[in-house]
Design a protein around this ligand. Structure first.
Ligand code: SF4
Length: 109
């Protein structure tokens, strides 16, 4: 995926960014921390770049018919966030680089 290569090229020479290559499993276990506040802090600083396998769109009523599955998570750290309970104890961001497939799926939905 070209977008994945561009993201890798952007970060690979940044000494403050650790790049870890993983298979389909092991994301959560690679986010470090000894307690819930460290899990949260490291999770909020983690970007997972992946390929979305299932292209079925999740419904998102009543605000929208469907959720476009390009990104999930949030880098924000708002104290009032009610989504924190949905993001788990390691709330990482995920970007799916197979954008073309999602667009094609969208056009046929
Ligand atoms: S309220 Fe929650 S989802 Fe919204 S920007 Fe803040 S942390 Fe992110």
């Amino acid at each position: 995926m070209e977008l994945g290569k561009q993201i890798h090229a952007y970060f690979k020479d940044n000494s403050q960014v650790e790049i870890v290559k993983l298979g389909h499993h092991g994301i959560r276990s690679n986010i470090p921390g000894d307690d819930i506040s460290e899990f949260y802090r490291h999770g909020k600083r983690t970007l997972v770049v992946g390929i979305r396998k299932g292209l079925k769109f999740q419904s998102c009523k009543p605000s929208a018919h469907y959720q476009l599955p390009l990104l999930s998570g949030c880098i924000g750290q708002c104290e009032y966030c009610y989504l924190n309970t949905n993001l788990g104890d390691k709330p990482y961001m995920r970007g799916n680089v197979n954008v073309e497939e999602s667009w094609n799926r969208l056009e046929n939905t």
